[in-house]
Design a protein around this ligand. Structure first.
Ligand code: RIB
Length: 306
């Protein structure tokens, strides 16, 4: 394992097609029952969205990241754009569309677990890819997508990537049923345990399946049926929001080093992302990930990120 600086060769170019949301985060002792009103402890607005979180994670892991997505014209939009810019993500293809940006209402309890409600806003306007978007995908080493944008757009991007020898990585979250022909364009699927259960045999045809196991680490199944598992890290968990995104963005950058090293790198990034509040705000940089890997902390299996 190197220190993740990608200095041996050029940094991988990652095209991220995905959502940008402002996360409205309330912390509570416990989450309310249906019909119950409780007092929250704190409130914060934190830039998020699965696409943006993964883009930030890929950039902080040393990738050269180009983002394809949309923000609105509301009060949140400038901060959402600035957050991507500050993380070194190329936002040249980030559109501004009339109306609200994507919003996620998130409740985080004392155990670090969350509940999330997403309203798509500007993300729903990503119904077409322009020629410039397609050129970004064709020129990238890896296309990274999730399912918070309209599915036909994701399908078109995956198809174009495949046709241009760009490796395709799909994090099918929020999980839903997809046409078999879309799965046929996926080289690597990154799923959590719940998604793996929901998708079941659909994943059998995907060459590489990476399953995140929260504090238990992650496992990989390759095209030849080979399997490997990587353990998790013992870290103090504050908020699991976006930990799977940190894992996925980091994995996309490290993938060229092979599954074993890539999963270790991604597990360390995912673990560190649970140690602070907020999704994109908690994504570690490559120095922090490398330090955690060097420390070789005792591994344990107490918490989970999904
Ligand atoms: O994966 C976490 C993300 O899901 C949050 O940032 C929220 O915006 C939702 O998209």
């Amino acid at each position: 394992m190197d220190d993740g600086t990608e200095q041996a060769g050029r940094a991988p170019v990652i095209a991220v097609l995905g959502s940008v949301n402002m996360d409205l985060v309330t912390t509570v002792t416990r989450r309310p029952e249906p019909g119950e009103t409780i007092a929250g402890r704190d409130f914060a607005t934190v830039p998020g969205g699965k696409g943006a979180n993964q883009a930030v994670a890929a950039s902080r892991s040393g990738g050269r990241v180009r983002f394809l997505g949309a923000v609105g014209t509301d009060v949140f939009a400038p901060r959402l754009r600035e957050t991507l810019d500050a993380a070194g993500v190329d936002t040249g293809r980030l559109r501004t569309v009339d109306g609200p940006s994507g919003i996620a209402t998130i409740v985080v309890d004392d155990s670090g677990e969350n509940s999330i409600i997403v309203v798509g806003g500007a993300n729903a306007a990503m119904t077409e890819l322009t020629d410039d978007d397609l050129a970004v995908i064709a020129a990238a080493d890896v296309l990274l997508c999730q399912l918070e944008l309209p599915v036909p757009t994701v399908a078109a991007a995956l198809r174009h990537a495949r046709a241009n020898d760009t490796l395709t990585l799909l994090n099918p979250s929020p999980v839903r049923e997809l046409a078999p022909r879309l799965w046929a364009e996926v080289d690597i699927a990154v799923v959590n345990r719940g998604e793996a259960r929901r998708l079941g045999a659909v994943l059998d045809g995907v060459p590489h399946v990476v399953t995140t196991l929260g504090g238990d680490g992650a496992r990989h199944r390759g095209p030849d049926g080979t399997r490997l598992s990587v353990p998790g890290f013992a870290v103090p968990v504050v908020d699991t929001t976006g930990a799977g995104d940190a894992f996925t963005g980091a994995l996309a950058v490290a993938w060229h080093r092979g599954p074993q090293d890539a999963l270790r790198w991604a597990c360390a990034a995912g673990a560190l992302a649970t140690t602070a509040l907020g999704a994109s705000a908690a994504v570690p940089d490559r120095a922090a990930v490398a330090a955690l890997l060097r420390e070789e902390l005792p591994r344990s299996l107490p918490e989970k990120f999904e």
